[in-house]
Design a protein around this ligand. Sequence first.
Ligand SMILES: [Zn+2]
Length: 112
Amino acid sequence: MASLPTYRWRLAPDGYATFRQLRALGLRPGGQDVAAQLERPRRRRGALVAFLYRVDLALPVRPMTPAKQAALAKANAARRMCPECGRDAGYRIPSSLGTCVPCADNPSQLAA
Ligand SMILES: [Zn+2]
């Protein structure tokens, strides 16, 4: 394995960022290999290492597509639907109840 360029902590060159720094910029490494590493020497224990990625190769964090958003909304709606009365409870059905709260409170009301 080719050895990575290693920089001292806080001395990373411009254009490089750690994964967390990329995320703070709304970016992700995007499949690129680690470009360099940061090394922070510690006493007694081994050096702390952080991987650096090239900012110019980073890609935006995948935006949510309309289809994905619709699927998510549908899944949420399904979780709000009470299987007992078939109504949209307006909140997520607690899995401990399995039904909306009125149904859980008055199971006989429906039968009547
Ligand atoms: Zn219900």
